[in-house]
Write a protein that binds this ligand. Structure first.
Ligand SMILES: NC(=O)c1ccc[n+]([C@@H]2O[C@H](COP(=O)([O-])OP(=O)(O)OC[C@H]3O[C@@H](n4cnc5c(N)ncnc54)[C@H](O)[C@@H]3O)[C@@H](O)[C@H]2O)c1
Length: 352
């Protein structure tokens, strides 16, 4: 197994490879000597990987398993509360470990449970989607949703470690794969021209290329998060495409997936900044071409007023000002702090 050299100030390790068993075993049995182990997973992952050999060594511990329904609706207060009740029913305590085994939904929900149950118990992430490998498992954000918004309740809470095994991607649908690829493309556009060139010139569906691409993406996210754990500055760059993206997700009643909505958001803002003379045509076309290469959408059916009204509701707005991320050039993004009036104009240009 190869290991990324990813220790950061808050000290959790990200292990990356195709065989994570040895590392997992020494982590659970030797390093921390956990008593009980509780898996939180979803129905899909549970049925696909119920006999996952990397966890075999846990059989003596008779691990507990809590299975949620697959999908965003499980990131709810009611599901959160059910898990808390379950943990209490098995007398889980701070000597025990939660393993978040699944995509970003499982990771966000389990992380929130771990950060609040008994004022915090240990958890690790074993991400199984591309999105969760390159994005949601890195950076310590946990969350659940409410009727009023996505990720409205949450914490910053470190997992003890993240174990990434590319084997899980073999069963992931192409749609979910491309959903995660959007975050990879975003990282390339905001921070890494080399990664962008690689995505354009090579085929990411080839295993060795994919491995490089995932490593690079994790490394970009890690570096950005390290500088700005609580999203007051640099980390906002990771929101490129997300301002319009979140609006589109909501307008579609979440039928447009997060990744696809972010792809549209990146394309639309790039178009606006190009049309307004802020970025070059070349930069704009590079962004469109990379999204099109991976059959990602670059426009939507909603009009400027609908998008504007939705964007105004975004919890990341800063009073009357809105921070927008735009690509100055490939590999270098910047934050533009604008008024509502300018926002309206930008969205209007983006929709034309
Ligand atoms: N915490 C963060 O920093 C952060 C960052 C980005 C996104 N997120 C959150 O992540 C969530 C989205 O994550 P996601 O895209 O992983 O969605 P997801 O967890 O819903 O997984 C997508 C689908 O893939 C299935 N699946 C998971 N692993 C599989 C596998 N190996 N093979 C086959 N199917 C598999 C799941 O059952 C689900 O149906 C959102 O809730 C979003 O808010 C959090």
């Amino acid at each position: 197994m190869s290991k990324l050299d990813l220790f950061w100030n808050l000290e959790y390790e990200i292990c990356f490879g195709i065989d994570i068993r040895e590392k997992l075993q020494s982590f659970i049995e030797n390093n921390y000597k956990y008593r009980k182990v509780i898996f939180i997973t979803d129905e899909t992952v549970s049925s696909l990987y119920s006999k996952f050999s990397e966890f075999n060594f846990l059989h003596q511990k008779k691990p507990y398993k809590y299975i949620i329904k697959a999908g965003e609706t499980s990131k709810s207060i009611s599901e959160y509360y059910k898990i808390i009740r379950f943990l209490a029913s098995i007398n889980a305590d701070r000597h025990d470990l939660i393993i978040a085994f699944g995509g970003g939904v499982v990771g966000d929900l389990s992380g929130f449970v771990a950060s609040t149950y008994m004022r915090g118990i240990d958890y690790i992430q074993v991400p199984t989607t591309l999105l969760s490998m390159v994005d949601s498992s890195i950076g310590s954000k946990t969350a659940i949703n409410t009727e009023d918004g996505k990720n409205l309740i949450g914490t910053f809470y470190n997992p003890k470690a993240v174990f990434i095994n590319l084997k899980f991607l073999d069963t992931l649908s192409d749609k979910e794969f491309r959903n995660g690829l959007v975050e990879v493309i975003k990282s390339a556009i905001i921070r890494d021209k080399e990664l962008s060139d690689l995505l354009m010139s090579k085929n990411v569906y080839e295993k060795d290329i994919l491995e490089i691409v995932i490593r690079k993406s994790i490394s970009i996210k890690k570096k950005i998060v390290e500088c700005d754990l609580k999203e007051s500055g640099e980390r906002q760059l990771l929101n490129f495409g997300h301002t319009i993206g979140h609006a589109i997700e909501k307008l579609s009643g979440f039928s447009v997936s997060h990744g696809y909505a972010v792809a549209i958001g990146m394309a639309m803002f790039s178009k606006a900044y190009y049309k307004l003379g802020v970025i070059s045509k070349e930069t704009y076309l590079q962004i469109i071409n990379i999204l099109k290469k991976y059959q990602l959408p670059v426009s939507c059916e909603y009009n400027e007023e609908q998008i504007y009204q939705e964007v105004l509701k975004d919890k990341k707005n800063n009073g009357d000002k809105i921070n927008l991320v735009y690509p100055k050039e490939i590999g270098c993004a910047a934050i533009d702090c604008i008024s509502r009036k300018d926002l309206k104009n930008i969205i209007s240009v983006a929709c034309r």
